[in-house]
Design a protein around this ligand. Structure first.
Ligand SMILES: Cc1ncc(COP(=O)(O)O)c(C=O)c1O
Length: 407
């Protein structure tokens, strides 16, 4: 083939490889202790239970489980998820408000497709989930970062930014938030701020995209209702969650909950993407959820991850050189560490790989160049021994960096 470059779309020319995917490749070296990916612990996968369910699905639903399904997804699974959402505080929900997607990543892409023309602006946390940034950027949009504090996205900055944009004739299309055990910072937006966010979105007529993969990985706080639970008046919140962190990411199953109007539109976007989500895994997940196994499984995962979180935090406290800050997340999969002045976690990554330990550098989660001194550390994937050893290795890497800065 000759020069492909002249044939690619402008969009393709602007596409960049995902830093996370590249890191996951490096982290596949078995000698590397990887705190990089957002991977569940494979020992948590309920392989035997799923094996039994798979056989039952084949026996009882084989003909439809192997067939194409509707674009919106399996009705029984949508009903199940609507009932679960109701229990979590989202009252105005039926199966008609639910779409089953190929992972939340697909739902993020659908949101981009639905709202973003080239040059449009959306508001995202600073920091925020890297896959969200990638999905929205692929529609050639501009992303404006809104800083977080210990309670998540700052509403004062959000409102000032929206006012400025409107003053400059820019319409903010949506606000993307991960309000519970945020990726990467781990923070939780309290109920009061969730309501403020709804008020701001209402006042300036902006959509909210609420991404909630980690809400159920809750180790020690009371359940906080989703933002969608306060979306009483006009259905401006698109909520999404996923089976990836509470069952198995290999299933590629997630779901959105939105008004019927938005759901109709998103279904049209999805038709062109994949016709339908994997029917077979929808049957399996439906059976697992229906039997009550999902809730028991979530309890088991939390019992496995909470000590891993504790171990990582105490290893950091024990081994990291002074001058860092680190949250103790109440849920999710990540510790977020900020290192002393002068350290660049992006360039330090190569040193870390030499010492056989991996993380994701903070800049990857910022649309505005921030996060230079920060890093995200996943604690769900590694064994307890690996956590201890990996943090020790990382502490050595950091100390060496500090020595060269001081020298
Ligand atoms: C905040 C956030 N949103 C979406 C996703 C994508 O999840 P899925 O596996 O459902 O595509 C992730 C995965 O790490 C995530 O952290």
């Amino acid at each position: 083939m000759g020069n492909l470059e002249r044939l690619y779309s402008e969009r393709a020319g602007k596409m960049r490889k995902s830093v996370i995917r590249e890191l996951l490749k490096v982290a596949q070296d078995p000698e590397i202790i990887s705190f990089a990916g957002g991977l569940p612990n494979p020992n948590s996968f309920p392989i035997d239970d799923l094996n039994t369910i798979i056989q039952a699905v084949m026996r009882n639903h084989g003909k439809s489980a192997l067939q194409y399904g509707t674009t919106q997804g399996l009705t029984e699974l949508r009903k199940n998820l609507a009932e679960r959402a109701y229990k979590d505080g989202i009252e105005d929900v039926t199966a008609d408000n639910v779409i089953i997607t190929n992972g939340s990543q697909q739902a993020l892409d659908m949101v981009g497709k639905l709202f973003l023309n080239p040059g449009d602006t959306a508001l995202v946390g600073s920091p925020t989930y890297l896959g969200g940034i990638n999905a929205f950027k692929s529609y050639e949009s501009n992303l404006t970062g809104i800083p977080l504090d210990k309670d998540g996205m700052r509403m004062d900055v959000l409102e000032d930014t929206i006012k400025e944009m409107i003053h400059d004739d820019v319409i903010p299309k949506f606000i993307y938030v991960v309000p519970t055990f945020q990726n990467p910072s781990g923070v939780v937006m309290p109920e009061k701020r969730r309501k403020e966010l709804i008020d701001i979105a209402h006042e300036y007529d902006v959509v909210i995209v609420e991404d909630d993969p980690y809400g159920k990985l809750n180790y020690d706080i009371d359940h906080v209702k989703p933002i969608k639970a306060f979306d009483d008046d006009d259905g401006r919140v698109i909520y999404m969650s996923t089976f990836s962190k509470i069952l198995a990411p290999g299933f590629r199953l997630a779901w959105t909950i939105a008004s019927e109007e938005l759901t109709r539109k998103m279904v049209i976007c999805k038709q062109a993407l994949d016709l339908c989500t994997n029917t077979f895994t929808q049957y399996i997940a439906n059976e697992f959820t229906r039997q009550g196994s999902l809730d028991l499984h979530i309890l088991k995962i939390n019992e496995m991850y909470e000590p891993k979180r504790d171990q990582m935090i105490s290893a950091i406290e024990q081994y990291f050189p002074e001058g860092y800050t680190c949250n103790k997340p109440h849920g999710g999969m990540f510790a977020w560490v900020t290192l002393p002045e002068g350290i660049d976690t992006e360039t330090m990554f190569l040193d870390a790989i030499k010492h056989k330990v991996a993380y994701v550098h903070g800049k990857a989660f910022h649309v505005d160049g921030g996060g230079q001194r920060s890093m995200r550390l996943n604690f769900s994937y590694s064994s307890n021994d690996q956590i201890e050893e990996g943090i020790k290795r990382l502490a050595t890497v950091i100390q060496e960096r500090l020595n060269t800065i001081k020298a």
